[in-house]
Design a protein. Structure first.
Length: 482
């Protein structure tokens, strides 16, 4: 079982795996407008960057997840944060959007996809009960393993804390640097340097503190590749990757994939489109006039945009953080498809409400941003508990983790591209209506899966009762000699 240090390192991994994604998504619009001085089509550019990121990640997460079945998650997690740190140091030095900023975003995606997929790959290895009490009885340990919702809740709490760390500590950095006399572009650049340094430190810590699997390593895998076996390495690798998707034949895994799709899409809307909504609102109202004749107005008003965006997303993530353990408890108490469906319903309400909000300063904006945060964390916890249960074959857990992350990436592609285009063509509320529609579709699919499982369970109970009655009648007849 994992040691306390291993478990702590895993929670640190969960925390920072979301922190840097939230930071980049929330600040990329300011990189485009304040550093590259782009004035028109910002929403479309943000959508294109996000789409490029996620298309690349579609392949990367599947490869990282399957590779972790061969060399273990520890080196992949460490390498992921190393790549993220290097990309953040380079991100603000792009001279133009195409191709420089796109290539740097892909470099970031390579590292972020490794970090995200390892959150799911490592979770089944962790036994929180063995960490707390190594003398737990065998029956209690088996029961604990069967109910992994609480552990998923702890993971959700950690990821929520990571998002909150980004919102409360990292996102205000440009404003803090601006107060010290730096220009808007310098303030953003320095903020990226600080964030990149944290990622590099996390890479070193995770390499030293995460659990080392004695049965898997890069060296062993390379030796196996040199050893002649039936079938090529590529064929066996692809076969293992495909098994991650065919695992969805189990409706519990299928529901997990649906939840992962919505959870990742939710997180992007909260982290990317809420700040973009605020940024656009300030510009539409002339509060971020970037003309050189009003430098003081630029500094003060755009600082308010940073602060308001941080307040909205921060409030959302704080409530999500506090709710994560509750969702974990509910997943063990009720059918997890019911919990997923409730999250999707909450998402419909939250995103429709925020899309209809006229001002980011309004009370409604804060209320509906909280709803968005709750549906995000609820979907994360519920889907994680479904795709890391004991019903998932240990040999393909990394592949399932890769498939889970890949499908989540598809959700981000849809929202970032479609939402970005509609943001420019229809209005700043359009991405939120797109997200509400996706939650509605997921709600219908999840309810259909639940009804199918419920019907099958009822039929199985009926068959079991008939078997019991038949056996009883047979025993009675044999005892009476009839």
């Amino acid at each position: 079982s994992a040691s306390i240090l291993n478990f702590t390192a895993y929670l640190v991994h969960c925390l920072f795996s979301i922190t840097f994604i939230v930071f980049l998504n929330a600040t990329v619009s300011f990189v485009v407008t304040d550093i590259l001085q782009v004035r028109h089509g910002v929403g479309d550019i943000i959508g294109n960057l996000g789409m490029a990121d996620e298309i690349f990640s579609l392949f990367a997460v599947a490869i990282w997840g399957t590779l972790s079945d061969k060399i273990a998650p520890r080196p992949i997690a460490s390498a992921g944060f190393l790549i993220v740190g290097l990309s953040l140091f380079s991100f603000t030095h792009a001279s133009k959007v195409y191709p420089h900023l796109v290539l740097l975003r892909l470099f970031f995606a390579l590292g972020a996809s490794a970090c995200a997929s390892m959150v799911t790959a490592i979770l089944p290895q962790i036994s929180v009960y063995n960490i707390i009490d190594p003398h737990e009885s065998a029956e209690e340990v088996l029961e604990a393993k069967a109910q992994n919702g609480k552990l998923s809740g702890i993971v959700g709490f950690s990821t929520g804390l990571g998002a909150l760390l980004a919102v409360l500590v990292l996102l205000p950095l440009p404003s803090l640097f601006a107060k010290r006399g730096y220009s808007p572009s310098e303030a953003i650049t320095n903020s990226y340097y600080v964030t990149g340094s944290i990622s590099l430190a996390a890479s070193i810590f995770l390499f030293l503190a995460l659990r080392k699997d004695p049965n898997k390593s890069l060296a062993k895998w390379m030796n196996e590749r040199r050893t002649p076996t039936s079938g090529s390495t590529t064929t066996r690798y692809l076969r293992l990757m495909i098994r991650g998707f065919t695992a969805a034949k189990d409706t519990r895994v299928a529901s997990a994939y649906i939840g992962g799709f919505i959870a990742r899409a939710d997180s992007v809307v909260v982290a990317l489109f809420i700040p973009l909504f605020v940024n656009q609102w300030f510009k539409d109202h002339g509060l971020c006039d970037t003309s050189p004749t009003h430098p003081e107005l630029v500094e003060n008003s755009c600082r308010k945009a940073y602060t308001l965006a941080a307040a909205l997303t921060g409030t959302s993530q704080l409530l999500a953080l506090l709710a994560a353990p509750m969702f974990g408890y509910l997943c063990d108490l009720f059918n997890r498809n019911v919990i997923l469906a409730a999250n999707f319903l909450l998402g419909i309400i939250g995103f429709v409400g925020f899309g209809m909000t006229s001002s980011p300063y309004s009370r409604q904006a804060f209320v509906f941003s909280i709803f968005a945060g709750l549906t995000q964390i609820g979907s994360i916890v519920s889907s994680l508990s479904l795709c890391t249960g004991e019903w998932v074959d240990e040999k393909i857990r990394g592949s399932v983790a890769g498939a889970y992350s890949l499908i989540g990436g598809c959700g981000i592609i849809v929202v970032t591209k479609v939402g970005g285009v509609l943001f420019d063509r229809i209005g700043s509320g359009a991405p939120f209506f797109v997200m509400a529609a996706l939650n509605g579709a997921a709600l219908l699919v999840t309810l259909s899966i639940f009804l199918k499982e419920y019907t099958q369970t009822r039929e199985q109970i009926k068959m079991n009762r008939e078997e019991v009655f038949n056996e009883r009648d047979s025993l009675l007849r044999s005892s009476t000699g009839v």
